[in-house]
Unconditional design. Sequence first.
Length: 526
Amino acid sequence: MTDDEICEALGIQPSINDTGRRARAASHSRFIYSWTRQWPWQWAGDFPPERWTANMVQNLARVYRHYARGARWWRSGHTLEDIKIYVQRQVNLRGRNAPLKPNDINDALSFFGVTKRKDKPTAEDDLVRPCLGRFKEDDEDEKREEEDESDVDESIDEGEQHNRAGEMEDGSGKQDGDQTSTSPKATASPVPTPNSQSSVSVHQRLVRQTNSSPPEEVIALGQAELSPSDPPKKRARSEEAYLGPAIVTLDRPAKRRHLNIDKSNTDSNLSAPTVEDSAATMTKEEDLATLDAVVKRRLTESTLEYATLKKKVDSFQHDLKTRKASLEAGTIIASESQNEVATCEKVHNDVFNNLEKLRRTIEHYEVNKDLLETLDSETRIMIAKDHGRRLGEMKKELETAATHLQEARRKVEAEWEEVKQRIKEDEAKLVGMEAGLELAHTEHDRWRCMEHFAAMKADDLKKVMAGLEKEGLGLPKSHEKQSQPDSDEAPVQAEVDCRAGSSGWMGDWECIDFMLEFMFLLGHSL
């Protein structure tokens, strides 16, 4: 597809200065198609957005590109299908038949590790920026594209805000230090308490100086100065008593003091963000929504596959019957070969007739005694030689015509055998196509039965199982061993637990294979 066709399918309207944006959207769409074999509008077929934007396509391509390049995906066990399931789950959280939004793809960027999570600040962010607000999402349609671009570069903006906040606090700290040094009460200031505002600002300055400036010895601000007459040991003990772990020396950096912060919250903020297990956090409703989405998708695919194969088989079978009828009627051979045979037969007949005429003429000449008496001996000898020469030429011409006729007939016979062999091969091919069509029909019936089965409630399942047991139909032995042996209704309960999202079955989708086999059995028994 061309760029214009892709943008037209996405609904991106052309304008004067959007050539680059449309080209990027088309390029990202082709990348998504190369990995999923689906265009973006096909990928979001069950939850289409109100309108596609170039940034939505770009962010979706970033997720798949992260999967294509990162080896951590293979170790974590994520697949291409997990991306679509996660995005669809985010859409279903907003309600039934909710449209896809840019924030859903942005959540996938954060969930799969493409970008950093903006909702998990670190401990240093809590200390340096206690009053800064987080970015708020705006869902208005007019600002969607601007929000998509700002979300991608959010980490860079936060870093710049950190630097600006640090410079402002450095300046305010320097002014406070100057005022403290010039104040007549600086020597009598009390020791800062752990919960006081002065202690927090002092610790913030120490942390900022440790992270941004070269190592140098730091003297705590707001502390009473010791007299130079005190001995060194007493001075060191006094400084250690006032400052504690906040002293930064050339040999050892300062330890961060977490003031008025819960220890558990600090540890969780300092730890690296971990990727959440989607299967462990899914609720029963989300399990059912995911199962219904998978069943609908597979049912649609199997229906389309069966319809396509059915059309191909019918067309191939009709063509084969037509060729068989033509072969029996003798009209299947090409007209060129038939025309060549007819021409050779005509030439052969003409030469044969001319030869017969020449022979009759010679015989009539030989029996005509009156004519021979009028001719002298030399003339009769010359006429006899001429008759012999003409007979020889006519015989050679007849042999040549017969040879051409045989070659044309052999060519027709070869084409005839080739057509018969091709028809025989096509008959064998038709058998294979019919077998594939039967498999596609079976697959379609399985997912159709599974759709009805997934919509059943516990009472309906019990009734169906009771009816099947009366007909002598039960579960396979392998699944009976997995279920509870002491309960008569264990297979039914296992299916109910599977549909309800039980952790024993639904965690790894172990019941899918059983449901397929059981539904196929159910579809042929009803």
